[in-house]
Design a protein around this ligand. Sequence first.
Ligand SMILES: Cc1cc2nc3c(=O)[nH]c(=O)nc-3n(C[C@H](O)[C@H](O)[C@H](O)COP(=O)(O)OP(=O)(O)OC[C@H]3O[C@@H](n4cnc5c(N)ncnc54)[C@H](O)[C@@H]3O)c2cc1C
Length: 399
Amino acid sequence: MSSVDKGQVVAVMAEGKEHALAVGCTSLSTDDIAKVNKVGRLTKAAKRLYSDAYPKITTHYTIHPRDKDPRWKEISMERVQEETDILIVGGGPAGMAAAIRARQIAEEKGVEVRVTLLEKAAEIGGHILSGACVDPIALNELIPDWQEKGAPMNTPVTSDKFGLLTSGGRIPLPAFRGLPNYNHGNYVVRLGHLVRWLSEQAEAAGAEIWPGCAAADLIYREDGSLKGVATGDVGIAKDGSPKDMFERGMEFHSKITLFTEGCHGHLTKMVSKKYNLRENSEPQSYGIGLKELWEVKPENHKPGLVEHTIGWPLDKNTYGGSFMYHLKVEEGEAPLVAVGFVVGLDYSNPYLSPFREFQKFKTHPYVRPLFEERKMSNITRQTRAAAKAASAQAPPRPL
Ligand SMILES: Cc1cc2nc3c(=O)[nH]c(=O)nc-3n(C[C@H](O)[C@H](O)[C@H](O)COP(=O)(O)OP(=O)(O)OC[C@H]3O[C@@H](n4cnc5c(N)ncnc54)[C@H](O)[C@@H]3O)c2cc1C
């Protein structure tokens, strides 16, 4: 660089090439001009994002307040209100277990307690994703006679396999008692089915289950305490205007609100921020899990076999691995294997695609025969974030 120094270049970068030329930086090198242009473009994009001078692409009411939008003038924004004693947001295993336990305690104490659970999936279990190999320890405490009551936990683990994959082979690793990959005594289940069964138990215990109800916002009392949640409005057009079938969400007010939204729940995050609930706790770490259900050849199907791998195709710096759970099926049903892949979301290679790693994994010489000439069941392919080592990062006091 001849006629300008580095400091001047940095100064003009924020304004773009035109500004650089305007202040007389005519002799910038090609590299510097490229940098100036790049930084200038980024700066403009950031300005667009944060400035009121540019129209926002979103039509969301937090950006375009409805009270200032003439299209919303005639629309009633009153919400129907429901009062309950214990409100549970999210109908996964945690929410269902909480609903059942709350009703059990109410029964034991002989008190009338209204327990209401909101689930955003149109049907219970619809958003549940997991292999899954489940330790029955909690269910034994919650519903000791779960077997007599027909819980869909009918594939006890019969054998455990654990191995490290290299690009062409597999090194067997031990699954010692006490390690997380030791699964004897556990059950291979379809978690969606188990959650549906839990919801029947919760209803039988007296809880009210509201499927198709996504809690979208928090409601506070005047003293700052949490009053409950509001469900989302429906019937909003793409341009942010109300459709004819617009329906305002409902408000659920409650003495106690439990958030069981699963990993990364947006209301859980809002309430954690408001009450500083994650103070003094380790940051949460996350993984992404992909799962498919495959119909395999009968000769490859070993109900109760639980298999995990680490290593290839992931490199040594990337946390993750696979699972293959062989499900017991009824006579006449296709033999099923739940296969999945989890990748820690702290991977350092920005080009890594967890989905592609999963596809690659299925081509490994050790794994491939299970899938060859077979088809993925038309039942599922799902992707979901999962909390890694959740107990280590739990807040020091309950949410
Ligand atoms: C690929 C994969 C494999 C896994 N394998 C296993 C395994 O083998 N064994 C095991 O024990 N665990 C396994 N897990 C973990 C297990 O699935 C979770 O620990 C468990 O599902 C957590 O239960 P939860 O009730 O906290 O949350 P979730 O199961 O995530 O349920 C949350 C529910 O809340 C609903 N919800 C969320 N937000 C709202 C809202 N605002 N309003 C209304 N409803 C809402 C969701 O629709 C969902 O139904 C696996 C996870 C993944 C992703």
